[in-house]
Design a binder for this molecule. Structure first.
Ligand code: C2E
Ligand code: CA
Ligand code: CA
Length: 730
């Protein structure tokens, strides 16, 4: 969850943040560019405004000169009676043509002879309202005239004059004072006779509007300095003396901002698209990465775990083993490391009889019980169907033995699963590093050898690897090859027969066929030793059939009620077994009702449908079924109720102890009476003493078999006995 959140932060939030930052930076840059452009443009607008406004002042003087620097004007203003001319050229005309707001004409003594103001001709005395204000300029002009100054070099003006900014009744204005001079220079003009023209242009009127329009300066106007509008920019013009300052302001044109404003919908769209795009891409990348993480985790989990039990699997086991061996081999004096291989006993039977669901539950329960006993630092690994492994560091051999003992004990307890009871158990093989090696493959092999040893020693036990086991294994491998060879020729094989006698009367009721293997080097090998090898090597069907055929041929003429032949559960589980048996009997002509097949009771738990069908088919043909070694397995009459059988063979262990412990005598007695109650016959195996025989007789046992009454013997010997040539002396 935490990882997911930080991933979300790193993928989505970080990408969005980066994009927002990038967009903001870009936005800031655009604003900065726009502002720089605007500032540059406003500076330029200021220059234009300053130029245009100053031009009003120069234009005023220049326009004024068009009428004041003129011979006719000198003449017309010299005499009276020219009022109309003066008005037409120096007053109203100037107003209407140049836009002058006020115009005055003064004589040589500065007495007003003409006045124009407020859009009309005024009495000349109107000038007196302006006299004080204009006095300095008139004086300045007189001094210039007295000094016979000429217009400055490069100036457009042809006559000298004085201009300046002034405030007239609070209104800003430009004033220009010019002498009325002869342009031809032919008229004599003494200083005291020079008349003066005064022009006034207000700077708050329509002329400013026109300047604004001409130069695209929006809302250009004069403002009193305390009324500045913050959105506007301003420019000030100061009088030559510096004491009059006229400020103008206008709404500046901001091209950058204008551009930004017009682009902003597009920019906003592009920004949104980029943000949404980033969101989509980054969240897709986040999801992809998350999926990948999840997948990786899932794949890692699957790669190292068994989905059914949730236990670590074989590859996890191999990795762990390698790592632990690695750590271990780096040390001078390594601590011991135990390799435990565990194999569920009878798991296949549980699976077959109780179903796979119960089988699965058994595995889970196995995992639970085992985990409770194993140390916390030693997880269990499921390395095969019903095979498990554990790696236990730092335990002595003694401690490992105790641990294995507890495991075996715990797994011997039946498991109740969904109301059904499963009897399993565990066989354990152990190898220990460094004593048994420091290589994974070798330690695995030795644990496997020890496991095999535990299983062949009767299951539900553990064994710790010892070198003699290796010998046993090699011995076994050799035996298998030799058995295969023996089966090919059958020459070293033979069948012996052990007679079975009636409990009452003592006559021979039947014989049991027992296979023998005469090994050229090893001598006689017990079937108890080679039958399991034949079963595992897939040779038992062949061997069993050969014994059956041989026994039938041998016994066909014998005057005994029945011939007993042992059948391995492996044979019984093979489809078509019953038919093979019946075919053999038919071939030889052996009557089926004289044949009895002995099946080991312990293996009935593993008898699946096929086995049941074989038994039923054999039974229906008249062949009797005997339960061999009765009483040794966990099964009872109760568990055998589904099987059609005719006889129980009470295991030798009961017979042996029948005289030693009263408890077993009671058990044997109960077995016999229960069998009789169910209509079954009874045989006691391994009768070795007369005392045993007497007790069994007293219990009503139907048939007795054992060394006391007759050992297994070759067919010729049995034939001789049956023909009366030889006798058995119990
Ligand atoms: P089993 O079916 O329980 O056979 C009886 C075994 O007990 C035989 O050992 C027999 O020799 C031995 N025995 C009989 N009476 C006495 C006695 O009074 N005292 C003692 N100590 N032992 C006695 P054997 O012949 O070594 O056979 C061992 C087992 O091998 C048999 O046990 C049977 O399970 C299996 N077997 C033998 N022949 C065959 C065969 O042809 N097919 C199959 N599938 N299994 C066979
Ligand atoms: Ca038997
Ligand atoms: Ca037996």
């Amino acid at each position: 969850m935490n990882q997911q959140f930080s991933l979300f932060l790193s993928r989505v939030v970080a990408s969005l943040l980066a994009m927002v930052l990038a967009l903001s930076a870009m936005g800031a840059f655009l604003v900065w560019v726009a502002r720089s452009v605007d500032n540059e443009d406003i500076r330029r607008q200021g220059e234009i405004a300053g130029y245009a406004l100053r031009e009003i002042r120069t234009n005023l003087a220049h326009n004024q000169e068009s009428s004041t620097f003129w011979d006719e004007a000198v003449e017309r203003t010299a005499t009276s009676g020219n009022e109309e001319w003066i008005d037409g050229n120096l007053g109203t005309w100037m107003h209407s043509f140049f836009g002058f707001d006020e115009a005055y004409v003064l004589d040589g003594q500065e007495r007003p002879i003409y006045a124009f103001a407020e859009e009309q001709v005024k009495p000349a005395a109107f000038f007196e309202l302006r006299r004080d204000l204009l006095k300095p300029y008139l004086q300045a002009l007189r001094s210039k005239l007295a000094a016979a100054e000429t217009p400055p070099e490069g100036s457009q003006e042809q006559s000298i004059g004085v201009t300046d900014y002034v405030y007239i009744a609070g209104r800003p204005a430009v004033v220009s004072v010019k002498p009325i001079l002869s342009d031809s220079g032919e008229l004599e003009q003494p200083l005291s006779s020079i008349r003066v023209h005064v022009a006034v242009q207000y700077l708050d009127g329509s002329i400013i509007d026109r300047v604004g329009q001409a130069h695209v300066l929006e809302d250009l106007k004069f403002v009193p300095s305390d009324q500045q509008d913050p959105r506007h920019v301003s420019i000030s013009l100061s009088s030559d003396g510096g004491d009059v300052v006229v400020a103008f302001q206008w709404l500046p044109f901001r091209p950058g901002q204008r551009l930004l404003a017009s682009l902003s919908p597009v920019l906003a769209l592009v920004g949104s698209v980029l943000l949404v795009g980033t969101l989509i891409i980054s969240s897709a990348s986040y999801r992809r990465k998350l999926d990948r993480l999840r997948n990786d985790a899932h794949i890692r989990y699957l790669a190292s775990h068994d989905p059914l039990t949730g236990l670590l699997n074989r590859s996890a086991y191999e990795r762990a083993a390698d790592e632990m061996i690695e750590q271990f081999s780096n040390r001078q004096q390594p601590d011991p490391l135990a390799f435990l291989f565990m194999d569920l006993d009878r798991f296949k039977q549980v699976n077959d009889i109780l179903g796979h669901q119960v089988g699965d539950a058994v595995l889970v329960e196995f995992a639970r019980r085992t985990s409770e006993i194993l140390p916390a630092n030693a997880p269990i690994y499921r390395v095969g169907g019903d095979e498990f492994a554990a790696l236990i560091p730092n335990r002595t051999r003694r401690e490992i033995e105790q641990l294995c003992g507890r495991l075996v004990e715990s797994l011997a307890e039946p498991m109740d699963i969904d109301g059904r009871r499963a009897f399993v158990g565990v066989s354990i093989g152990v190898s220990m590093a460094p004593y048994d090696g420091t290589d994974r493959a070798e330690l695995n092999r030795k644990a496997d050898v020890a496991l095999y040893h535990a299983k062949t020693a009767g299951r539900r036990r553990f064994s710790i690897f010892g070198t003699q086991m290796d010998d046993a294994i090699q011995n076994r491998a050799a035996l298998e090859t030799e058995l295969r060879e023996a089966l090919r020729t059958k020459a070293p094989l033979s069948v012996v027969y052990q007679p079975k006698f009636a409990g009452h009367g003592g006559h021979m009721l039947g014989v049991e066929a027992l296979v023998r293997w005469q090994h050229p080097d090893r001598g006689a090998i017990s079937p108890a030793q080679f039958i399991p090898i034949a079963e595992e090597a897939g040779l038992i069907a062949d061997l069993g059939l050969w014994v059956l055929e041989t026994a039938c041929r041998d016994a066909i003429a014998w005057p005994v009620e029945h011939l007993a032949v042992n059948v391995s559960p492996v044979q019984l589980r093979a489809a078509g077994f019953a038919e093979t048996v019946l075919g053999t009997l038919e071939k030889i002509g052996f009557p089926p009702d004289r044949l009895e097949l002995e099946i080991t009771e312990t293996d009935f738990a593993g008898t699946e449908e096929v086995g049941m069908l074989n038994i039923r088919t054999l039974n229906a043909a008249g062949i009797a079924i005997a339960i061999d070694d009765f009483g040794t397995g966990s099964s009872t009459f109760e568990r055998l109720r589904n099987i059609d059988f005719d006889r129980i063979k009470i295991d030798r262990s009961f017979v042996t102890s029948i005289t030693e412990s009263e408890g077993d005598a009671e058990i044997v007695k109960a077995m016999i009476s229960m069998a009789h109650a169910k209509g079954l016959k009874t045989t006691a195996e391994g009768v070795e003493t007369a005392e045993q025989r007497e007790i069994l007789r007293a219990f009503g046992c139907d048939e007795l078999q054992g060394y006391l009454l007759g050992k297994p013997m070759p067919p010729q010997q049995l034939s001789a006995i049956l023909s009366g040539a030889e006798t058995i002396t119990p």
